[in-house]
Ligand binder design. Structure first.
Ligand SMILES: *[C@@H]1O[C@H](CO)[C@@H](O)[C@H](O)[C@H]1NC(C)=O
Ligand SMILES: *[C@@H]1O[C@H](CO)[C@@H](O)[C@H](O)[C@H]1NC(C)=O
Ligand SMILES: *[C@@H]1O[C@H](CO)[C@@H](O)[C@H](O)[C@H]1NC(C)=O
Length: 187
């Protein structure tokens, strides 16, 4: 609903002459449960007041509100349940015309096309970016299973040692027996 209203406002007052909304990255790839910071930049005017600033950021797929700023005031109620408690907006960089939205504990359903609309008294525009959240292929760091543990290495060493000793004993016995044969035959 809010999405539609904002869209309507934007269409009515579409004044995108020299006003730009840039995306710092058009495609973000991240793994589930990780954090990501989506960033946009927009044209600033030194003497403009913050109470004329409107920012609407949302996931187009499913029309979910990620962040809503109206007349310089955050409207947290309009944020979609899906993003509740997972969004951090950096207000300090807003003055410089930067929109920084950190989305934490990413879910696969966060994937999709995001847009940010900015409207000011000197213009407005839209910027889009795509986010792809993949389920982690290796959820836990894998332990090496190929190389044997030091304990079993010790046992292998012992077996090898025993084997070699047995072989040596056999060889000595054989030699002794042979030498006895030879000494007998030369007698
Ligand atoms: C937007 O991007 C253009 C082209 O890269 C650049 O010239 C301009 O300064 C950028 N504007 C803002 C507000 O980021
Ligand atoms: C993700 O963000 C949360 C909340 O801002 C923070 O506590 C956590 O340390 C971050 N994790 C990583 C991996 O950056
Ligand atoms: C998202 O990432 C996965 C894994 O890299 C890839 O298979 C898939 O095509 C990507 N989806 C999009 C929309 O780019």
């Amino acid at each position: 609903m809010i999405f539609r209203i904002v869209l309507l406002i934007n269409l009515i007052s579409c004044d995108s002459g020299t006003f730009v909304v840039n995306v710092t990255q058009t495609f973000y790839q991240a793994e589930k449960n990780h954090n990501i910071t989506l960033q946009w930049t927009f044209t600033t005017k030194p003497d403009s007041s913050s109470n004329t600033l409107f920012i609407y950021c949302g996931l187009i797929t499913g029309r979910k509100t990620l962040y809503d700023l109206q007349r310089g005031v955050e409207v947290s109620e309009s944020q979609d349940q899906q993003f509740l408690g997972r969004v951090q907006f950096d207000k300090d960089v807003l003055r410089e015309g930067r929109i920084r939205l950190q989305l934490s504990r990413l879910r696969t359903e966060d994937s999709g096309l995001y847009l940010c609309k900015v409207k000011t008294d000197y213009g407005g525009n839209v910027g889009e970016c795509r986010l792809n959240v993949t389920a982690a292929d290796h959820p836990e760091p894998q332990r090496p299973t190929v190389s044997p543990e030091p304990e079993s290495q010790g046992w292998i060493g012992l077996y090898v040692g025993l084997g070699l000793t047995a072989a040596a004993v056999l060889l000595v016995t054989l030699c002794f027996a042979l030498s006895r044969c030879f000494t007998k035959s030369t007698d």
